[in-house]
Design a protein around this ligand. Structure first.
Ligand code: UDP
Ligand code: MN
Length: 228
């Protein structure tokens, strides 16, 4: 039986938000034992997200945490310069630590961005995680696939952590001080060593998740949200 998978999804308003959340929620509906934690990057929870969660019938927790203005992504900022989802993922970590109990609640935590593409086979792999499991992510960093065995870097979508570790290590959070790109490996270093990482997805030979990015739509002839 699959352990509970806590899928942590930061999300923010833009034209494609509903489309992204529809896709991810319907992926999660195919997973037997999931608890979806959705954190809106906003002052207040929105009806759009509330209704979408309700309609999904998933076991879910709806939170919000606004990215402070100084870290907000400016349309002109190259996307690599800015951290995304920091506030929201930390909010989810705080929720887990406040609401779940070490040695009582069991599960695996997976950071699942709203715009990636997930093969449902990935969740069987996540179910095998003992401490920290890793696997390749497709279409990331200008590569066809990023493989944790060959690379020192890991994409946010390329690992999952046992809930016990998350609950035991309260000091483990994401921070703006972490260099972008090292965010993931710095976070993982709270829990494990590189040697201890558990290679999944057929010893990291299979790609079950892709770092896809949705094109900005054109509405009334205007590109919605210009980004480099
Ligand atoms: N995100 C957010 N607020 C923002 C930008 C992004 O909450 O201002 C969320 C987004 O919905 C996604 C995650 O953070 O779930 C990663 O963002 P994005 O996919 O834009 O980053 P990238 O794929 O370029 O690393
Ligand atoms: Mn993305």
């Amino acid at each position: 039986k699959l352990p509970i998978i806590y899928a942590v999804t930061p999300t923010y308003w833009r034209y494609v938000q509903k489309a992204e959340l529809t896709r991810i929620s319907q992926t999660l509906q195919l997973v037997p034992n999931v608890h979806w934690i959705v954190i809106e990057d906003s002052e207040e929870k929105t009806d759009l997200v509330r209704n979408l969660i309700l309609e999904s019938k998933l076991i879910a927790t709806h939170l919000n945490a606004k990215t402070p203005p100084f870290e907000q992504i400016k349309d002109k900022d190259p996307r690599w310069k800015r951290h995304r989802g920091v506030e929201q993922r930390n909010m989810a970590l705080a929720w887990l630590r406040e609401n779940l109990q070490l040695n009582k609640d069991k599960g695996v935590v997976y950071f699942m961005d709203d715009d990636n593409t997930y093969n449902i086979k990935l969740f069987t792999e996540i179910g095998k995680v003992k401490k920290v499991g890793v696997w390749p992510v497709g279409l990331v960093g200008g590569l066809n696939a990023e493989t944790p065995i060959l690379d020192s870097t890991t994409d946010m979508a390329g690992f999952a952590i046992n809930l016990d570790l998350i609950l035991a290590k309260h000091e483990a959070v994401f921070s703006y001080a972490m260099e972008k790109g090292l965010q993931e490996s710095e976070f993982l270093s709270y829990f494990t060593t590189k040697e201890e990482l558990e290679p999944l997805a057929d010893n990291c030979t299979k790609v079950y998740v892709w770092h896809t990015r949705t094109e900005k739509p054109v509405v009334n002839g205007i590109v919605q949200g210009l980004e480099v």
